[in-house]
Design a protein around this ligand. Structure first.
Ligand SMILES: NC(=O)c1ccc[n+]([C@@H]2O[C@H](COP(=O)([O-])OP(=O)(O)OC[C@H]3O[C@@H](n4cnc5c(N)ncnc54)[C@H](OP(=O)(O)O)[C@@H]3O)[C@@H](O)[C@H]2O)c1
Length: 220
């Protein structure tokens, strides 16, 4: 029986690297819906997707967005989009897959946080709200679902070379930031994917309720 893993955000960036990393293991079946199949901003889409989904052993909530803005610029559309995509949708997916995991004897769930879910920075109010939120959600659910053999963790990357970073961090600032990172460079998506793969694997027998920071030492 294959180990079935549902991955959101698999179309590009870190999520695509996660899909590629997991795809190297023949014992895994990776399910990576497109936005047409599962739109995290659309409640009905989430409900319909979860209803027809066969039980999975693992879930990776990678999909996320980052709308930067000063306080007076944070309109209802931005607030709703950020909360729903980054925080509420992961919760609904966990709620949807947990019963199936229990029937299969347990499971592994990884949700994407960020260094901005550990500390914060100007104009990242919404992003930090959602990323601090996923850390808290993960801790509470790790306690609730631990007795059922479901292990939940977050990964909190620092700067990773993806479209999101290219959009939000201009090239000059990227150079300046690298000087502040002890390892003097941003991460490749594959470096994040390897940690996710470990947390999902049978080798992870005792890590749950944690947020694992992968930032080249930035927060240190
Ligand atoms: N990049 C970084 O430096 C960094 C650092 C810390 C944390 N993170 C976190 O890591 C995760 C991945 O980031 P990334 O840089 O790889 O992002 P990205 O390159 O911008 O990709 C975002 C992914 O999320 C999907 N997505 C967004 N809204 C969606 C929706 N409504 N329904 C379904 N899918 C949706 C996108 O699908 P489409 O292709 O359909 O748009 C895409 O696959 C995010 O949670 C992010 O917050 C990133």
């Amino acid at each position: 029986m294959k180990y079935r893993i549902l991955v959101t955000g698999g179309s590009r960036g870190i999520g695509r690297a996660v899909v590629e990393e997991l795809g190297t293991r023949p014992e895994y079946q990776v399910i990576a819906p497109t936005r047409d199949e599962l739109d995290l901003l659309d409640d009905r889409s989430i409900e319909a997707y979860v209803e027809k989904l066969e039980p999975v052993d693992a879930l990776v909530n990678t999909a996320g967005i980052n709308i930067l803005g000063k306080l007076h610029e944070l309109d209802s559309d931005s607030i709703n989009a950020m909360l729903n995509t980054n925080l509420v949708a992961p919760l609904k997916l966990i709620r949807g897959v947990a019963p199936g995991m229990k029937t299969r004897g347990g499971g592994r769930i990884v949700t994407f946080s960020s260094i901005w879910g550990m500390r914060s920075k100007e104009y990242r109010t919404l992003y930090s709200m959602t990323k601090f939120g996923v850390n808290g959600m993960t801790r509470a659910l790790a306690r609730e679902l631990g007795p059922s053999g479901i292990l939940l963790n977050c990964v909190a990357p620092g700067y990773v070379l993806t479209e999101m970073t290219a959009k939000n961090v201009p090239p000059d600032e990227q150079k300046r930031l690298c000087a502040e990172i002890p390892l003097r460079r941003m991460a490749q998506p594959s470096e994040i994917a390897k940690t996710v793969a470990f947390l999902l694997s049978a080798d992870n027998t005792y890590i749950t309720g944690q947020t694992i920071v992968i930032d080249g030492g930035f927060l240190a």
